[in-house]
Design a protein around this ligand. Structure first.
Ligand code: DGI
Ligand code: FE
Ligand code: FE
Ligand code: FE
Length: 188
């Protein structure tokens, strides 16, 4: 067994207590979904614990990793919201020694999803959205869908996120649109 408590202690140092509580709720939800859908409980737990590792890192440090690691530079203009997944995956690999590409990809994709997603990726993507502390309009429907199909729940999150961004007049990262297009084209 990997040192869950040790990883948690490091994660806790990176964020406010309220976000750390979110991380714990995402883990609980991810484990439950993993049981339901037959994903690795350990992998889903670890992905969940580390998914927001970089969320509260300052813009300069996020940007430095994006540039040094040759990630999509366009992310920089969208701030932590878009950078913290890919940068978090980088830290998961380099600071925590995670080599399981499914875990790294799940962390990388957890905010915008992916054109293709692994089972662990879908579990984390949905768990982050429906964890028990989430209260947004539509979360009940997302929770209902998550009991029926991870695919349906993922599609719901992808669609609702775009609608939410448009309503709030927020800029949409091109990767977010690519993911939406690939899911909607597959659906029909
Ligand atoms: O890190 P969390 O708050 O737990 O959750 P998250 O990583 O799923 O989402 C972070 C935020 O990112 C969420 O409020 C929606 C936002 N977001 C997702 N796609 C885009 C985006 N924000 C902008 N500006 N553009 C996007 O394309
Ligand atoms: Fe996040
Ligand atoms: Fe958020
Ligand atoms: Fe999160």
């Amino acid at each position: 067994n990997w040192a869950r408590e040790a990883v948690l202690a490091e994660v806790e140092k990176q964020m406010k207590p309220s976000r750390f509580q979110h991380v714990l709720r995402v883990e609980a939800c991810a484990i439950r979904l993993a049981e339901k859908y037959g994903a690795s409980l350990e992998a889903c737990s670890l992905a969940a614990i580390l998914h927001d590792y970089a969320k509260e890192h300052d813009a300069q440090s996020l940007k430095a990793i994006v540039l040094s690691q040759g990630m999509d530079r366009e992310m920089i203009g969208y701030g932590s919201e878009i950078m913290h997944g890919p940068v978090g995956a980088y830290y998961a690999e380099t600071l925590f020694g995670i080599t399981d590409e499914a875990i790294l990809e799940a962390i990388r994709q957890h905010t915008i999803g992916g054109e293709t997603m692994t089972l662990i990726g879908k579990v984390l993507f949905i768990a982050d959205y429906i964890e028990s502390g989430r209260t947004f309009k539509g979360v009940d429907e997302a929770r209902r869908l998550a009991e029926i199909s991870l695919e349906e729940a993922a599609y719901f999150k992808i669609e609702k996120t775009i609608i939410h961004l448009v309503k709030k007049e927020l800029p949409i990262y091109p990767g977010t649109i690519y993911v939406y297009n690939s899911w909607i084209q597959r659906k029909v």
